[in-house]
Design a protein around this ligand. Structure first.
Ligand code: SAM
Length: 244
């Protein structure tokens, strides 16, 4: 999918075209390998600690029986996995970046894999969570199809992504924070290039109606998309259709 511009340019470097195809996959992998050691710290600072509340919300939205088997796709350092385990679920984590997997402390089985080619049999999981990774996937449609394939019929999907507030005042503060302060903070504490890329990567996200249609085409129903914290984040839930 061609990247779509949703934010004002933060600096001249942000006018360079965003990568696509294999180049995007390679750059995303290398970027997360680089930022893995300080990834959790940056998340807490960028969101004033709200990110964990949003992850708890997504795990709660699965609403599966205890002991259900859940895939944490693009698990990164394992925050969602830990919360899912605390809810009584059995969890498997999968991620593209060996660096993020090395920093994963969730004590779950981990698999290095691309979301568009998952090494699991059909219907292997009861639930799937995926935090803040949609815009990083090179082939979103193929990845959503894989999510549907590895979920059993009736299985639940809960996805988190960044969003942009619709209220003008809230949006103005958000633009300054996300487009200016976060890249500066990331440059000081982690990796400058990665945290300049972060606000730009929002351009890869399809608008809600398109994402809803993609999920339905991939094999999901009961798709719900709602903003969290006035649109700082968004949560997507859906149910795997089918009879198997
Ligand atoms: C913003 S981090 C989110 C990590 C974690 N889910 C969280 O909530 O903190 C995005 C993650 O997506 C992973 N990722 C990016 N592209 C991927 C792909 N094609 N397949 C699997 N994981 C991918 C990255 O390596 C990274 O760990």
């Amino acid at each position: 999918m061609a990247p779509r511009r949703r934010h004002a340019a933060a600096d001249p470097a942000s006018t360079a075209p965003l990568p696509t195809g294999d180049e995007k996959t390679a750059r995303v992998r290398a970027m997360f390998d680089t930022i893995a050691p300080r990834y959790d710290l940056m998340n807490r600072l960028m969101t004033f600690g709200l990110d964990q509340a949003w992850r708890s919300c997504a795990v709660g939205a699965l609403a599966l029986p205890e002991d259900a088997l859940v895939l944490d796709l693009a698990c990164g350092t394992g925050d969602l996995s830990r919360l899912a385990r605390r809810s009584g679920y059995r969890v498997v984590g999968a991620d593209l970046s060996a660096g993020m997997l090395a920093a994963n402390g969730a004590s779950t089985p981990l698999v290095e894999a691309d979301g568009s080619r998952l090494p699991f049999v059909d219907g292997a999981f009861d639930g799937l969570v995926c935090g803040y990774a949609l815009r990083n996937f090179t082939d979103l449609a193929a990845t959503l199809s894989e999510c549907a394939r590895v979920l059993r019929a009736g299985g639940r999907l809960a996805v988190l992504e960044v969003d942009a507030p619709t209220s003008r005042l809230w949006r103005a503060g958000y633009d300054v924070w996300f487009n200016r302060a976060v890249p500066a903070l990331g440059g000081a504490l982690s990796d400058k290039e990665a945290y300049h890329y972060l606000p730009r990567s929002v351009a890869y996200l399809p608008p809600a109606p398109v994402l809803r249609r993609m999920l339905i085409e991939a094999g999901f129903s009961a798709v719900g998309i709602r903003p969290l914290a006035g649109g700082l984040s968004q949560q997507v839930v859906a149910t795997r259709t089918g009879s198997r």
